[in-house]
Design a protein around this ligand. Structure first.
Ligand code: ZN
Length: 430
């Protein structure tokens, strides 16, 4: 992608090329792309579209979906080269509707520009269900991503400090960013970012934050670096060379490739009460949670709309693994503050659409899910449990895992009867 940002007009001109290999066993006659910026009025203007240099003039562009018939059927093992030119008009991000539970990340605030889910990408194709593009929902995530290699050239005002998913290098008047086997490439830019960094082996962790949040930014940096180190030992190698921790101007954490946003309200509360251990705990568990998504989301993807527990219960439980290693005296406080104060109820394996609201949804998929993993670990023992997690990460690396994959690999590591646990936690026990 060649990306031209007009900071004043809040527009982005993009020249994008996708090399798409058909890894499926079927001949493809059409393609479906997710174009999330088109959900905003005038948010996406397409100026040219072609496949292997043949212009595509007949296409559907409705909501977040772009679809068209291929000029030539794409055989298994073949590849198509898509070329797309378009302009994004960035929305003003801050929430205006108090009933809106969705964090507004994409777009701009008075001091931050976030390009998240901003470029058209070909959605995964499921042999049974076809192209996988689910409807957005009020909370949770709805997109499913293949792994892809990215080269992104950015032209923007040099006064902007740029956080991204990629490793940066100068490229004439551009800056080139590269990312291998990424799910979702982002940029976050501001004139006001302060940056701190820390090295963990060959991984550089960056923390981007606004004044006066230096204390919070540094705490997130330290905790994220600790998480990279610990989870690399427990789950296998960290998949990238950088991790960018970005202070969001919204009240939620959110993971992307080699990057995540932290919650502004957590920084606010820690800033206001730095000696209150609960306020620092919020910052630290969120750092552990979002960092773990580099394994459970980035390395091993899943259908975030239909099987959100697959990444979220593992990310919540990764916080537990973080606390038992680094702050074991705080572990019971963490269980209470993070999960049990909400008395989490519900079955783990609900689609996002059946969550019944943000809190019941997170209770079921994150925290009942964490208790499922705790009970599973107690039943099969630490050795089998961690061997399973490492093997699940290794076997499903670069792929989109399902519950069936999770339980198939689990049963390669234990012969214990877990049927009572599954019945207690799952609507559809495997
Ligand atoms: Zn999460």
């Amino acid at each position: 992608m060649d990306v031209n940002l007009d900071e004043t007009a809040k527009t982005v001109r993009v020249d994008e090329t996708i090399l798409y290999p058909n890894h499926s066993a079927e001949t493809l006659n059409d393609l479906v792309l997710a174009v999330v910026p088109n959900l905003w009025p005038d948010g996406f203007t397409l100026s040219a579209l072609s496949v292997d240099d043949a212009p595509i003039t007949v296409y559907g562009l409705n909501g977040q979906q772009l679809n068209f018939v291929l000029p030539q059927p794409l055989q298994p093992g073949g590849a198509a080269r898509l070329s797309i030119q378009y302009t994004l008009k960035l929305p003003y991000a801050p929430q205006t509707d108090p009933n809106d539970e969705r964090p507004r990340i994409y777009g701009y605030t008075d001091r931050q520009i976030n390009l998240t889910n901003w470029y058209p990408f070909i959605v995964p194709r499921d042999p049974q269900n076809g192209w996988l593009l689910h409807d957005p929902w009020f909370y949770g995530e709805h997109l499913v991503y293949e792994a892809a290699d990215y080269t992104v050239n950015l032209k923007a005002d040099p006064a902007l400090v740029v956080a991204s998913s990629g490793a940066a290098e100068p490229n004439g008047e551009w800056t080139r960013y590269t990312l291998q086997a990424g799910r979702a490439f982002i940029f976050s830019m501001s004139r006001d970012y302060q940056v701190e960094s820390q090295q963990v082996g060959d991984v550089t962790v960056y923390s981007y934050f606004f004044a006066p949040y230096e204390r919070s930014g540094k705490l997130s940096l330290t905790a994220s670096a600790q998480a990279v180190e610990l989870f690399s030992q427990k789950f296998g190698p960290y998949p990238h060379k950088t991790l960018s921790v970005i202070m969001g101007e919204f009240d939620d954490g959110m993971e992307y490739s080699a990057s995540y946003f932290t919650s502004k309200s957590y920084y606010d509360r820690y800033q206001g009460e730095p000696s209150n251990p609960i306020m620092s705990m919020h910052v630290v568990y969120l750092a552990a949670h979002e960092t773990s998504h580099q394994w459970w989301f980035e390395k091993v993807a899943n259908d975030q709309a239909l099987e959100p527990w697959l990444d979220e219960s593992l990310a919540a439980y990764s916080e537990r693994i973080f606390y038992e290693h680094y702050q074991p005296d705080q572990l019971s406080t963490w269980w209470y503050v993070r999960s049990d104060v909400y008395n989490p109820q519900g079955m783990v394996d609900i689609p996002v659409y059946e969550g019944g609201g943000y809190r019941p949804y997170t209770n079921a998929t994150y925290f009942v899910g964490a208790h499922f993993l705790e009970d599973l670990r107690a039943r099969i023992g630490d050795e089998a449990f961690f061997a399973f997690l490492g093997d699940y990460a290794a076997q499903m690396s670069g792929k989109i895992a399902t519950a069936a994959d999770f339980f198939r690999i689990l049963r390669q590591h234990t012969g214990q009867d877990i049927s009572d646990i599954l019945v207690a936690y799952f609507r559809s026990p495997h």
